[in-house]
Design a protein around this ligand. Structure first.
Ligand SMILES: [Zn+2]
Length: 392
């Protein structure tokens, strides 16, 4: 039998640390004996790892547990405030930033309007916002540990490059590399629908679901796919751009260069186009459009009602295609247009119920995201948090 190498031992040690950190984050507080039982590691190994993690500031003693006889055991807990991460969402008109601890609890929130005509403008704006957030970090041992960024567009996940963002003018942009000039911690860049999906799967309504699709219906239409419990990213991390499936080659021109993309019928952009001839005429900025349309529709304005219903029907038609292609258990609708759910849902469901005998739509659960406005930014923070935990 060959002796284990130093590399083997380091791998084993890292694995044991990861197992213990994972259990501690899930269970709250545990004694060393309970940890040994749950992890099936030896008591000696558990004690060694726990002592290291306490010395490094990732675990802390939180008091004595109970015992039938003999000494009461010391309970340990994960120290969520050992450091902090930033989650950032770059949307077409706005940048949102949250600061979370290592359990994903939000400790500060920032928002800034951004009209980035060039990549340089965006990098400058992000660096300024990150610096501002840094000044608001609570005292901690490690300070800022990672930054996660969710962005509306095609993202090369492995390289941290925004390859194209049809609703923004500055792409392509090597975001990870460019931000390294002002941020000296790991930076993770992902598509906003993937980030939102990852959040819902890890912490939200998809926690016990293995096959799901997240539709991000905002100014554009993005999507993320969960297959066998993992986010499906495709060859270069850019899978899931369902909003750019061409439905009608003779349809309106999309920002991606094609005509008649699904996004042109199922998004705020579609709503804007459909309501351009409405009376009263549009009097609001793009960002407030959905809200304005809902107010008009609630007051009975036929044009706003028709436009919202048309978006709902188009969503339903696309969802039938998704159901037939991927057979998800749950389809979550998120982002800004969820605010109009009362108008979208009846039309969507009417289309789905008329889908004939399609077995894929009969059991499909279609639900709005309870975190629809901030799932992407929370997802960005969760990606950053995962990167930190993986390095412990
Ligand atoms: Zn398109």
């Amino acid at each position: 039998m060959t002796r284990p190498t130093r590399a083997d031992l380091n791998t084993l040690r890292h694995h044991n640390r990861q197992v213990i950190v994972d259990i501690m984050r899930r269970y709250g507080s545990l004694s060393r004996a309970e940890l040994a039982r749950l992890t099936r590691l030896s008591k000696v190994t558990v004690s060694e790892v726990v002592d290291d993690l306490v010395a490094e500031g990732y675990l802390r003693a939180v008091g004595l547990g109970t015992a039938d006889m003999g000494r009461k055991p010391m309970l340990m807990a994960f120290k969520e405030s050992a450091g902090f991460v930033l989650g950032i969402e770059v949307a077409p008109r706005i940048v949102r930033l949250i600061v979370t601890d290592l359990m994903g609890d939000i400790v500060a929130t920032f928002e800034e309007s951004v009209v980035a005509a060039a990549g340089d403008d965006l990098i400058r704006a992000l660096c300024a916002l990150i610096s501002k957030a840094r000044n608001h970090l609570p005292q901690s041992r490690y300070g800022l540990m990672a930054v996660g960024i969710a962005i509306s567009g095609w993202v090369d996940f492995a390289q941290g490059v925004v390859v194209a963002a049809p609703n923004m003018t500055w792409a392509p942009l090597a975001l990870q590399e460019r931000l390294a000039s002002c941020v000296h911690v790991p930076i993770i860049v992902d598509n906003e629908a993937n980030a939102a999906l990852a959040y819902e799967h890890g912490h939200g309504i998809l926690r016990d679901v293995d096959h799901a699709v997240y539709l991000s219906v905002g100014y554009g239409l993005g999507s993320g796919m969960l297959m066998n419990g993992a986010v499906y990213r495709g060859h270069k991390g850019m899978a899931g751009e369902m909003g750019h499936m061409v439905l009608d080659p003779a349809g309106p021109l999309c920002t991606c260069g094609n005509h008649g993309c699904w996004e042109m019928y199922s998004s705020e952009k579609a709503l804007q186009r459909m309501m351009s001839g409405c009376t009263p005429a549009l009097t609001v900025n793009e960002g407030d459009l959905t809200h304005w349309a809902i107010q008009q529709a609630r007051q009975g304005a036929p044009c706003a009602r028709q436009a919202l219903r048309a978006v709902g029907r188009s969503l339903g038609q696309g969802i039938i295609n998704i159901a037939n292609l991927l057979n998800p258990q749950t389809l979550v609708v998120g982002n800004g247009m969820v605010e109009a759910w009362e108008f979208l849902e009846p039309e969507m469901m009417a289309v789905l119920s008329q889908a004939g005998l399609s077995a894929t739509t009969q059991d499909l659960i279609v639900t709005p995201s309870p975190h629809y406005q901030d799932a992407a930014v929370r997802g960005a923070a969760a990606l950053a948090c995962d990167a930190v935990i993986a390095r412990i």
